[in-house]
Ligand binder design. Structure first.
Ligand SMILES: [Zn+2]
Length: 221
């Protein structure tokens, strides 16, 4: 009789472990498939569908940083989109110029929104991934004809500052994952270890899922 009690206990424990695991797996699934709590402004229903299909591609933790997305006819300067941190709600407001809807610009702005909500050390870690050319503030415009990716930078615009560097990388990553034209269509210098470190950084800080990380590694490295 004594041994039966142990077997019952072991079976009960196993069932409990399975239930807990199922609960967490289910929780992940539900969060990944729950409609976004994002308010859209000035978007037609067709445009709303385009926005949703783009945002749905982003790992749910990164995309949960947005509270409002507004479409505007034009933005001053060279910008196709903007991202503003909202300190009241720890979330960000994104503005997209209407003619850029359906391009990778939404992914770029959501990357900014995620960065806004990460601790400062994330930027320190990024700057310590390896040697890269210095940022150029406005000087990046002179670089436009240079071939990228190059020395860990993914675009001339990414050479502007650390925020644009990361957002340009995230945009290029999501473009690559979704078969949009991407700077990452061009071959990387595989002898430079920085590319592997950059992908690992994006995974570590929850810009991309494990499955997306694995897919990128198999496509790029
Ligand atoms: Zn940007």
């Amino acid at each position: 009789m004594q041994s039966h009690r142990w077997i019952d206990f072991a079976l009960g424990l196993a069932a409990f472990v399975v239930l807990v695991a199922a609960f967490f797996a289910c929780d992940d699934y539900v969060r990944a498939h729950t409609p976004l709590p994002i308010r859209l402004y000035n978007a037609t229903s067709a445009e709303s569908e385009i926005i949703k299909s783009h945002i749905d591609k982003i790992y749910y933790i990164a995309r949960s940083r947005i509270s409002i997305l507004a479409i505007v006819e034009s933005i001053d300067g060279i910008s196709s989109g903007q991202c503003y941190g909202n300190t009241d709600s720890n979330s960000s407001v994104i503005i997209i110029e209407r003619r850029y809807l359906g391009t990778s610009v939404i992914w770029h702005e959501v990357m900014h929104a995620h960065i806004n909500n990460l601790p400062e050390r994330v930027l320190t870690e990024w700057s310590e991934l390896g040697n890269r050319p210095p940022y150029l503030d406005d000087g990046w415009r002179a670089e436009l004809s240079n071939p990228y990716p190059n020395q860990g930078l993914v675009s001339a615009y990414g050479r502007k500052n650390i925020h644009e560097d990361i957002a340009s990388w995230g945009e290029a990553i999501y473009a690559k994952l979704n078969n949009f034209r991407s700077p990452l269509d061009r071959p990387l210098d595989e002898s430079n270890p920085i590319y592997g470190k950059i992908l690992a950084w994006f995974f570590k800080w929850q810009f991309i899922s494990r499955a997306q990380y694995d897919e990128l590694r198999s496509k790029l490295l």
